[in-house]
Design a protein around this ligand. Structure first.
Ligand SMILES: C[S@@+](CC[C@H](N)C(=O)[O-])C[C@H]1O[C@@H](n2cnc3c(N)ncnc32)[C@H](O)[C@@H]1O
Length: 377
């Protein structure tokens, strides 16, 4: 059956939310690497780029990325790039269909021409930075050119995988991406469809659905289950961050999976998710026991309360013995690290633990936090 072309009708509410999240993530991510002294090149890959707009003229992901890269009305990122002559940015917009790719190129080049009309700078840092490819994603990602970029530690990579369905991120591609340094990934999964077609050999080629305990989850938790599946593909000792954001559309559940090898990358993604869902940072609906907005069931815990309880137990049982371990743990549970700081300072006030070293309340940029020990009394 032919897939409905997402760019041929107006983006629905869920697609708009997805695009808002892409925007938020890239807005947080881009300046970090633009200003990063160790990074020579910034690569932005929109691997399933589409044709640029929907039927109403609303911006798709490529326009969102390009416009964010300008840095607002004042074009502060353009200014930074023009000053930093040794920093290069390369956008790759990959779209399999030739006509969509051509249309996209036209849309983006027109955008830059229009942008130049009101620009105070003589040169445009992005005029030569866009590449348009028309390849099957799995072929493109396996080219030696892309593989060399992926493994280069001095190149920052932002990879957007806005696939239809779920078949593009198989085990091999997932492992290739998560093992690449300085690489942050956001990918879309039509999770309800993985569940619905879990017994089909066609699905099993991409996702080993026999490894997923489907009975463990209600339909609305299916996307979290899929995230756990991808998590299980990571080596046990790999320090890595994955987070799931579920989106409900009709009776189906879709979602995004955020992947970062660095706590700072995940802190940034988490900030976006918690802005969209201030109750739990994980959905536009009710997931698990976390009812979110306007709950009439106060007996059900909030996500923060549940994570606080888990962290309390881990601290009191002596499993978390430093602030660094605890801050990272909170992040891996899908919470902003502040919840850990609140938990341990409450425990200290209760006289249950004491600190050794110099206690501090650092809860952002946690890779820079000064370590102190936590001792159970
Ligand atoms: C969900 S749409 C992307 C929409 C886009 N992100 C936007 O915001 O407008 C997926 C796109 O991927 C393209 N596509 C499908 N299979 C592909 C493949 N194997 N490799 C590259 N692109 C593909 C489709 O033609 C479609 O335009």
């Amino acid at each position: 059956m032919a897939k409905k072309d997402i760019n041929k009708s107006s983006f629905d509410e869920t697609t708009t939310l997805k695009l808002d999240i892409f925007r938020g993530c890239f807005r947080e991510w881009y300046p970090v690497f633009l200003h990063h002294g160790f990074i020579d090149k910034v690569y932005v890959y929109d691997m399933f780029a589409g044709s640029g707009r929907d039927s109403e003229g609303d911006e798709g992901s490529p326009l969102i990325l390009l416009n964010e890269a300008k840095g607002g009305e004042k074009r502060k990122h353009c200014e930074t790039l023009l000053k930093k002559r040794n920093k290069e940015v390369v956008f790759t917009f990959n779209e399999l269909l030739q006509d969509k790719s051509k249309e996209l190129e036209n849309v983006l080049r027109t955008n830059l021409i229009e942008c130049k009309k009101s620009c105070k700078f003589d040169n445009c840092p992005y005029s030569g930075s866009m590449r348009f490819t028309q390849q099957e994603f799995h072929k493109l990602i396996n080219t030696s050119e892309v593989k060399n970029i992926l493994k280069n530690n001095r190149y920052a990579k932002f990879i957007l995988l806005d696939q239809y369905g779920f078949k593009e991120v198989d085990t091999e591609i997932f492992r290739l991406l998560v093992n690449s340094p300085k690489t942050d990934i956001v990918f879309f999964v039509a999770s309800s469809f993985v569940k619905r077609f879990r017994n089909s050999p066609e699905t099993k080629k991409y996702i080993d659905t026999s490894k997923i305990d489907w009975d463990k989850a209600t339909p609305k938790e299916v996307h979290t289950l899929i995230k756990e599946y991808y998590q299980s593909l990571l080596p046990k000792d790999k320090d890595y961050f994955l987070h799931a954001f579920t989106m409900k559309k009709g009776s189906n559940y879709y979602g995004l999976i955020f992947c970062s090898g660095h706590s700072f990358g995940m802190e940034k993604f988490m900030r976006v998710c918690w802005k969209v869902d201030p109750e739990a940072g994980e959905s536009n609906c009710e997931v698990g026991g976390f009812l979110g907005r306007g709950s009439f069931f106060p007996e059900l815990e909030s996500k923060t309360a549940s994570v606080e309880n888990e962290l309390r137990e881990l601290v009191l049982s002596g499993e978390i013995t430093t602030n660094i371990v605890g801050l990272n743990y909170a992040l891996k549970l899908g919470c902003r690290p502040k919840v850990f700081v609140d938990t341990i300072f409450a425990l200290e006030k209760e006289g249950r633990i004491q600190f050794e070293g110099e206690p501090n309340k650092t809860a952002t940029d946690i890779h820079k936090a000064k370590e102190f020990r936590i001792v159970v009394k």
